[in-house]
Write a protein that binds this ligand. Structure first.
Ligand code: GTP
Ligand code: SPV
Ligand code: MN
Length: 617
């Protein structure tokens, strides 16, 4: 139960007190916090305990400071709107660095920086960066606290918005401090928006700095983030820790940290299958994670929508957990007809960022309803009407909501041991070439498919939207080490599985377009038709047709009952044009060449075999 409004004025307890534990490990934590505070020079230190009362206090505080807008309690209970600075709206990949000891360990796809130089640089930026602000100390767990696949960390931050976001996205609390005190290894992360306040200086609603640095020290298990308050730049447990740092932990310990959603599919016979899927940012993970099948007999349960940690089990299978506790999802395009599960998840207790505000105190974004309301306040706080050129919500506007609030969340979504994987999907946003679905012939071919994923750029990161770029395994911006070594690690993990128990790998593309520019496939709930074929395939119920790029469905085996897909569209959806694929193979070679011979021979062999098959086609 939430305390009555205004309760924070006379709190029942004093918030922010340091918990007390004995022993060296806890003393090390305190020493690190003190050292960090000595450098960043905040006015106060606030230890976050993750309680509901404290959370409400932090939300109310931000409302009173003008950082959050409280939404209409009757329409959207317990929910808030944040408006970022217009320059701070997405991850800044150009300002993201892997500061590994050796440059070759970062590889050509990452920005490398010398860790000693970077520490000096960051020390300079951090010095006094929290003046006039409170430094929050946020202990968090990725995965259930104490779980066998879980990892813990601490983020210090001067952003109250980051604190309440981390509280939704991870497990925050004193029980994490207890784990640290018990000697559990933890990741040290420092975040500052880089906007110290002089005495009497008027604050901004969304302070940030034009100079941004998101720096990872993989050997030291540390992250430094400066200048941004948005998403993956500021919620350091997410992309910085659970992908970039965790991928390095996985490399060194035989597991995988992946940019993957995770679902359980129950087929008409009641049999359960677990599917993980890697799609680049803003390419449909949250949507597939919340799939409502349009074909009868199937149900889908949500386990995770963005990150999966995969570990070989003693049984020779690959086990997966979702290390997060919430969804940080793209708002635009989320509506009754596309993702009704998300719409239902967002009924309340949600933080919205950069969406539009309705006159009645509720929120709106493009795609929530077919028609825009007559008058809105846009994401920057200006009056907006439907005749305006620019969208009311920013294209990368987001919702932050607890996973437990999803109506189709699986009862096993927080099972500490995870779930055994049956299927892995790789996908991207491709208007041409890539068929609706292709099955890999074996694990190595599947790794080849993953390594060749490319996708049209989206608004989730800075850059030109629509431009095609390589995004292997959907991990281009998130792999914390040399991508070629990462390909090799995937081969190694596959070899450590029992050959007949390894997940089967498929490539999918919901985004193929006809010559007239329209999507050939209805997508969303109808993607269940592709999942259905995949499951019947692994159950040995249907055959496939060999093509140069992998196995394709016989179109008669696809359940298309109830949708209109013309024969011509269907043919186009599965068309494999030898000439364009030969060009695609050339581009893959060019991409592989950027790794200076480090790409595993098994993958260059796959590329040669693809070319041979294309020539014979
Ligand atoms: P991140 O949170 O950035 O990692 O994104 P995501 O991969 O979770 O993508 P999300 O599910 O939020 O989808 C991003 C955009 O793609 C939204 O605008 C969706 O409406 C759209 N989208 C998702 N699935 C489909 C589909 O099957 N077909 C089409 N045409 N669009 C889709
Ligand atoms: C993505 O860009 O893949 C996201 C959003 O999920 S962020 O947390 O900002 O990385
Ligand atoms: Mn993502």
């Amino acid at each position: 139960a939430r305390p009555p409004r205004g309760a924070h004025v006379a709190p029942v307890r004093s918030f922010g007190q340091r918990p007390e534990y004995s022993g060296k490990a806890f003393a090390d934590l305190v020493a690190w916090v003190d050292e960090t505070a000595a450098l960043l020079k905040p006015d106060n230190i606030f230890w976050v305990d993750g309680s509901a009362e404290e959370n409400q206090y932090l939300l109310d505080l931000q409302v009173s400071e003008g950082r959050l807008i409280k939404l209409n309690e009757d329409l959207r209970p317990g929910s808030y709107l944040a408006r970022s600075h217009p320059s701070d709206v997405a991850r800044t990949e150009g300002r993201t660095f892997i500061a590994s000891e050796r440059e070759e360990d970062a590889g050509p796809t990452n920005n490398w920086a010398d860790p000693a130089e970077m520490r000096e640089k960051m020390t300079g930026l951090f010095d006094g960066a929290m003046r006039g602000r409170t430094m929050y100390v946020v202990p968090f767990s990725m995965g259930p606290v104490g779980g066998p696949l879980s990892q813990i960390g601490v983020q210090v931050t001067d952003s109250t918005y980051a604190v309440v976001s981390i509280e939704i996205m991870t497990r925050v609390g004193d029980d994490v401090v207890r784990e640290i005190a018990n000697g559990q290894e933890w990741v040290r992360t420092i975040h500052s928006v880089g906007a110290p306040l002089e005495p009497g200086q008027q604050d901004e609603a969304w302070p940030c700095n034009d100079d941004k640095y998101i720096v990872h020290y993989p050997e030291a298990l540390e992250v430094h983030s400066y200048g941004s308050g948005y998403g993956g730049n500021a919620i350091l447990a997410k992309k910085c820790f659970a992908l970039r740092i965790a991928s390095v932990l996985g490399r060194d310990n035989g597991w995988l940290a992946e940019h993957m959603l995770l679902i359980r599919v129950v087929n008409p016979e009641g049999k359960k299958f677990h599917v993980a899927a890697a799609f680049p940012s803003a390419c449909g993970k949250t949507n597939l994670a919340m799939l409502r099948p349009t074909i009868p007999g199937y149900t889908v349960e949500t386990l995770g929508d963005d990150i999966s940690w995969l570990r070989p089990g003693n049984d020779g299978r690959l086990w997966a957990i979702n290390p997060e506790a919430g969804f940080f999802g793209v708002a635009p395009g989320t509506g009754e007809s596309t993702n009704v599960t998300a719409v239902e998840t967002l009924w309340g207790n949600t933080i919205f960022t950069n969406v539009a505000l309705r006159p009645d105190g509720d929120v709106w974004w493009e795609g929530l309803t077919d028609e825009a309301p007559e008058a809105l306040t846009d994401w920057q706080g200006n009056p907006w009407t439907p005749d305006m050129e620019h969208p009311a919500a920013h294209p990368n506007s987001r919702f932050t909501v607890s996973a437990a609030q999803c109506p189709q969340i699986s009862e096993d979504w927080d099972a500490p041991q995870g779930v055994p994987l049956d299927v892995i999907l790789f996908g991207g946003r491709r208007a041409t070439n890539v068929p609706l679905v292709v099955e890999a012939t074996d694990w190595t071919h599947g790794v080849f498919l993953g390594s060749t994923i490319s996708s049209e750029r989206t608004a989730a990161a800075e850059g030109l939207v629509g431009e095609l770029r390589r995004d292997p395994f959907a991990m281009l911006p998130f792999c914390g080490y040399n991508m070629a070594d990462y390909f090799g690690h995937w081969l190694k993990v596959g070899a450590s599985l029992r050959f007949d128990r390894a997940p089967r790998i498929f490539q999918v593309n919901w985004f193929r377009k006809g010559a007239d520019g329209r999507f050939l496939w209805p997508g969303f709930g109808d993607n269940s038709r592709v999942i259905d074929w995949i499951i019947r395939r692994i159950e040995g119920q249907v055959d496939a047709v060999d093509s140069p790029i992998g196995r394709l469905p016989k179109t008669a085996d696809l359940n298309l009952e109830g949708i209109e897909v013309s024969d011509q569209d269907l043919a186009e959806l599965f068309d494999v044009n030898a000439a364009s694929w030969a060009h695609e193979a050339d581009l893959t070679e060019t991409f592989y060449d950027t790794f200076d011979g480090r790409v595993p021979a098994a993958l260059t062999d796959e590329l040669n075999a693809l070319r041979t098959r294309l020539e014979a086609a």
